[in-house]
Design a protein around this ligand. Structure first.
Ligand code: ADP
Ligand code: MG
Length: 218
């Protein structure tokens, strides 16, 4: 369902060029859950940004469910991303002036999900936060914020979830509980997952673990 073909990506840093991927080929089946590990700076976040279409490769092709990003205009790609992809970030990225319920409802508005409020309440309940609907992010603990972020990533039933070190900023016990929630929900919905993590225990929950080494997934 996700295919990366001959991807090349480099960054310009001043006058020098850093090659992150020279010829990356990779594919994931629907419903598969994969973990990506690798040293800091190896290109894990770059890879997720490419898969999400937020940044463009120098050359090569990315296809999600047979749709090639190369065939989409900028605005079509933005819509495609909003409809098909859910994100969970290390730093949660919640909107500070919206409460938990409003944060979860955000993608539903963009994607015209039916009954967004009911759906958001149901998801917040399933992540154990039905008593925190009116709380602003600043009034939530780290684990609670990440649970809100997980609910938000799932409200529009995305085909794929991209998670960048989602338990990286949580203490171990909270991180385990948050990962339990994430895996329970994505298994229930048969959502594909690409999870970047530094934790072997978290990676073990996925069907396959890859390491990003010299621009290749091994
Ligand atoms: N926008 C950018 N411009 C220049 N260099 C970048 C940019 N984004 C990332 N890099 C560099 O690319 C490399 C890979 O970064 P990143 O994908 O964030 O790695 P990881 O997530 O594995 O730590 C790093 O050396 C980083 O400094
Ligand atoms: Mg990173």
């Amino acid at each position: 369902m996700l295919e990366l073909k001959s991807l090349k990506k480099s960054y310009l840093q001043g006058s020098s060029k850093i090659n992150i991927f020279e010829n990356l080929n990779f594919h994931i089946q629907k419903g598969q859950r994969i973990a990506i590990m690798g040293k800091s700076g190896s290109g894990k976040s770059t890879l997720l940004s490419l898969i999400s279409g937020i940044i463009k490769p120098d050359s090569g092709e990315i296809l999600l469910d047979s749709t090639s990003y190369n065939d989409l205009e900028e605005s079509q790609l933005n819509d495609f991303r909003a409809t098909n992809i859910g994100f969970v970030f290390q730093n949660f990225h919640l909107v500070s002036y919206l409460n938990a319920l409003e944060n979860v409802m955000l993608p539903a508005k963009v994607c015209n999900v039916a009954n967004p409020k009911e759906k958001a309440i149901e998801l917040l309940k399933s992540v154990g936060l039905s008593h925190r609907l009116d709380h602003l992010p600043s009034q939530l603990s780290g684990g609670e914020k990440q649970r809100v972020a997980i609910a938000r990533a799932l409200i529009h039933n995305p085909k794929i979830i991209l998670a960048d070190e989602p338990s990286g900023n949580l203490d171990e016990e909270t991180g385990i509980a948050v990962m339990d929630t994430l895996f329970e929900l994505i298994k229930k919905n048969n959502t594909t997952l690409v999870l970047v993590t530094h934790s072997k225990e978290v990676a073990l929950r996925c069907e396959k673990t890859y390491e990003l080494v010299s621009g290749n997934l091994v």
